[in-house]
Structure formats: C-alpha cells, structure tokens
Ligand binder design. Structure first.
Ligand SMILES: [Zn+2]
Length: 142
C-alpha cells in the first residue's frame, strides 16, 4: 500500500476518530504519551473489568497519523483481554519494524495494517507507535 493511500485512509478515519475522543468516568489506566519530535501529546484511558478491556478513550492533541493510529488501536483492543491486547501491540510494533511482513499474520490488526509502510517516513514512525507504547506501558501497571 502506497503512502498516498495511507493518507487517503487517514482522512477517512478522521471522522471516525471522534467517537474515541472523550474522557472515561473511572479509568483504571491513564497513560500519557508524548512525542516531542512532532508535538503529539495524548492521554490514553482504559477501563478494565475481569481482565478485559471494557472501554478505552483518549484525549489530547496530535497530528493526523497519531490521532488515527490511537483511534484505530482503541477500536481494535476494546473487548479484548489484556493478554490479547498486549499480543496485538507486539504484532503492530513488529510490523512497523518489518519483523513481521506476512499479510496473514498482520490481518489481526484490522485497519491498523495501513501503517505497515510508515517506516518509509521515518519522522512519522513515533507518531504511529505512540498510543501502542502507551497502552503497553499502562497495561504493565494494572
Ligand atoms: Zn505526530
């Protein structure tokens, strides 16, 4: 997938991202993600119940890539167990590093697969991985 189509999809995602942009009433995790290179500064909130990610949301500011990546990640991990979510984070980060390239292994990432070639734009990699690192950090402290 070329970079132009990534951007096209990001723009399409832009409308979608608003449903995850809110504050949770009683988050179990509140993890800040800050990327000084770009100015992305988000707070990821997660509600856990019986080891399942019951709800998740984010607030803050950032570029289109960081916002879209955050929103797609939230859609992906909601309803998943903590272990499943951590596994998805690993797969996403391995995809970015090109450690995993097989389409059938990446399918589980759903929409987030559009970031597969973000490493062609090295300056934007930190934007794309920001929320995923934040989720992993946050889940460590549950
Ligand atoms: Zn950014």
């Amino acid at each position: 997938m070329g970079l132009e189509s990534i951007y096209t999809q990001l723009i399409m995602e832009h409308n979608r991202s608003s449903h995850n942009r809110r504050a949770l009433k009683n988050p179990d995790i509140s993890e800040r993600g800050y990327n000084p290179n770009c100015g992305d500064d988000i707070v990821l909130e997660v509600e856990i119940e019986d080891n399942i990610i019951k709800d998740a949301a984010y607030s803050g500011v950032g570029c289109a890539i960081s916002q879209a990546s955050t929103s797609m990640m939230i859609d992906l991990v909601k309803g998943k167990s903590i272990d499943e979510a951590l596994k998805l984070v690993d797969i996403f980060l391995s995809m970015i590093k090109k450690d995993i390239t097989a389409e059938e292994e990446l399918e589980v990432l759903e929409d987030s697969i559009i970031f597969q070639n973000i490493s062609n734009m090295p300056a934007r990699v930190k934007c794309a991985v920001l929320a995923w690192h934040s989720l992993r950090e946050g889940l460590k402290h549950v």
